[in-house]
Write a protein that binds this ligand. Structure first.
Ligand SMILES: [Zn+2]
Ligand SMILES: [Zn+2]
Length: 138
């Protein structure tokens, strides 16, 4: 069995590197206020993986606890958002998907927290929408 990662990624400056084994459990856009602030974008696109299948390395890696039970990692050198971990998903890490070199291969499956979406965001991709988390967490 090969130990080569299935997917590689890096932040904008290259200081933080991602190695991922296996495929995402899910891919989704999040419109919540924390993700908007963390990325300065209208919504953040995540790929969810088992924590055990993701290795994040690099001197720039910095941790911010954005709310109780929530850990956000980012690059302290270039500011790229890297990951989200929350108590609601103890086994998972949610990667900011656009850091993966092959992000184009992963199709988003849903929009979450659409109750907080910016009024000028018009979702015409036909994907399911959830007011808060996905249906299993509402
Ligand atoms: Zn960086
Ligand atoms: Zn969010």
């Amino acid at each position: 069995m090969s130990m080569e990662p299935d997917h590689l990624g890096k932040c904008l400056c290259g200081s933080v590197k991602l190695e991922v084994m296996g495929e995402p459990k899910w891919v989704a856009h999040c419109h919540c206020p924390s993700c908007q602030k963390a990325t300065s974008a209208a919504f953040a696109t995540y790929a969810g993986f088992d924590k055990s299948s993701v290795l994040i390395t690099g001197d720039g890696l910095t941790v911010f606890r954005s709310s109780p039970g929530v850990t956000r990692r980012f690059c302290g050198q270039c500011g790229s958002a890297v990951s989200f971990e929350g108590e609601a998903w103890p086994e998972e890490i949610h990667l900011h998907m656009l850091l993966l070199d092959d992000a184009a291969d992963f199709e988003p499956q849903a929009h979450t927290y659409v109750k907080n979406r910016q009024p000028w965001v018009h979702m015409q991709d036909g994907l399911p929408t959830h007011r808060t988390f996905g249906a299993d967490k509402e």
